[in-house]
Design a protein around this ligand. Sequence first.
Ligand SMILES: *Cc1c(COP(=O)(O)O)cnc(C)c1O
Length: 379
Amino acid sequence: MDNNLHIETLLANTPSVDGSGIAPVTGAIYQTSSFINNGKTPYSYTRCDNPTRSALEEKMRVLDGGVRAFAFASGLAAVTACFSLLQSGDEVVISNDIYGGTYRLLEQIFGHFGIRFLLTDMSSLAEVEANLSERTKMVYFETPTNPMLRVADIRRIAALAKRAGAITVVDNTFLTPYFQRPLALGADIALYSATKFLCGHHDTSAGLLVTSDVSLADRLALISRTEGAALSPFDAFLIQRGMKTLALRMEKHQQNARAVAAFLKDHPSVAEVFWPGDEDSPDYALSCSQSTGFGGMLSFALKTREQALSLLENVKLIKFAESLGGTESLITYPLTQTHASTPAPLREKLGITDRLVRLSVGIEQENDIIGDLFVALRA
Ligand SMILES: *Cc1c(COP(=O)(O)O)cnc(C)c1O
């Protein structure tokens, strides 16, 4: 497709990579594990390559402006592929406000292979710089972060990492290429849990990596083929189907998050609201400098633990469930759900208290979401 088209247009159209001469308007599902070696097709075995997966990868490559993209069976499979670039003795400078599963993967699996990680406050460039050494091979962070919605300066951190000889990986799950393109800001790899906004419908799991570097692409291709966690054809189809409406959904998620944040800020039971699109947020200016939007994720602290627990119990429309980024609004309690494996002292430092709840604002009518919160907060 013409890469000069606007992102809404690229998203709405699904090019089919098949070479069969059949020309479906939307991508076909090649539900096969193997291909006949007739010398006419580049495909041989689905673990290594599959046309349905290739179509999704090509779409993501274009959206993120990379040289190559890879699709995996989950976000954590994509994170695993990334960490598989490392060797024993290497160090990772990693955000201290990171997805709980990513932390667990480093701590419980890669840590045992001699990979060290330095938990770092990515909003402090001085701390990033202090933690970089000649052993640092990767700088890894999310922005905005989960669950505190803090924003890290992609341009400046990527420049510091480059100077230290390390690659930069940005988990762009919360904003997607629709609102933020990390490779254009200097990152080497953009990573996604496609389970979330890219899929958008809470109906499957997937992960994506896009790289701007040819030699990293070659190494990731080997890792993907060899570790065997590549995305299945059917799920690649579902992610592409979801992505057709990504632009519409992201705009609506954001519009609703803005309304919900304004409601919560004025509510007497709410102590603090964390959403980078709030002009009073300490990260508002930085967000505007590197993203075209703020997304639909927000967290807030109630005044007491009892108020938080009562809210979780009393919401009706908003579902008390893990995950995020789908059409339905979901509420979670990071302390015991997504961030249960984060060490307690770190949780306290970050603000992940027993009063904090995280909201993935869906695409319902905003007054229905606010009404549900209003009633649940009164209970
Ligand atoms: C969910 C999530 C992941 C992990 O993705 P899975 O698809 O659940 O494996 C990684 N990073 C972030 C920011 C996430 O929200």
